[in-house]
Design a protein around this ligand. Sequence first.
Ligand code: KG4
Ligand code: ZN
Length: 342
Amino acid sequence: MTVLAIESTCDETGAAVARSFGEPMVVEILSNLKASSAEIHAKYGGVIPEIAAREQVAAIIPVISEAIARAKIKVGGIEAIAVTQGPGLIGSLLTGVETAKTLALAWKKPLIAVNHMAAHVFANWIGEKTPELPAVALIVSGGHTDLMYLESLTAWKWIGGTRDDAAGEAFDKAARTLGFSYPGGPMVAKAAEEAKTDLPVEMKLPRPMIYENNLEMSFSGLKTALAQVIEQNGERLSENPGLINALAREFNQAVADVLIKKTMKATEQYRPKSVLLAGGVAANVTLREGLARAVKEAGKEFFCPNLEYCTDNAAMIAACALLRPNYVDPLKLRPNPGLEVR
Ligand code: KG4
Ligand code: ZN
């Protein structure tokens, strides 16, 4: 089947054309495009929902037209339209959902509703080598940090996650505290890579809940601890600016340490065949490489999407639609900003 997929959860407008073939199913991406309003939001230090929604309206038709053109197919070759139903910002979601409904009705194509968080996980099915189930999946994005047990493509169980801030949210807040702009995660990661100075012991950060015998996490205290270190060491930091990068490296490592430890705990407990990493924070090299090493040592298969499929994109929406199609009535579909992972 060939689908046109549309993604408009937050500040990025994505469209992709993808097709599936074979048994087990292989997903091939024919085109994958996105427009972003992140540069506008950077001025405000975070996403302004009204601006994001307005930018979605401006970008959506050009991005869809270009995705179809680059896939070198005609509208007649599209067999279904897939769209993100939620979770996300209501104004942004509305743009994608209403556009998809209109195209489905005008072009007489079936419509598939996609759960954005599930789609992050399905990014691991793009390409020839696909995960064997059951699997444990760690989903880490701007709004979510969840551990899931995937018994099959459809039977998913939530087994753990954060009590407060999501990992991506923690990165974004830490970036602000360190004086970087939005989106913060990639900036903290870059500063961490460039760090050359050793961090004094008294500036080390905690690894919250790491030794607790459960699959729960907490990141809000870590952000507070970072703010305190900065407040208490103002003079030292201005005398030695290299310490800012060293603090970024420490924060980056603290988040990765907790995520890796808890994912491995879930792996011991649930004994899956594969371990999957998904979501925007999966682009973090410390996390990707650290988790890959730990999973390999445990004798399991590790999967992580290519970088372009980690942060929000429409290719993952197409993958989810092809592997787990949820057909809906175009006249009835409504966006759901609070849709849960399943
Ligand atoms: O999945 P995503 O693109 O959007 C949501 O569904 O939320 O995730 C965005 C989050 C942001 O918080 C961003 O700072 C974080 O992913 N992020 C990273 C990196 N790249 C993106 N965090 C850490 N390191 C990165 N390299
Ligand atoms: Zn996302």
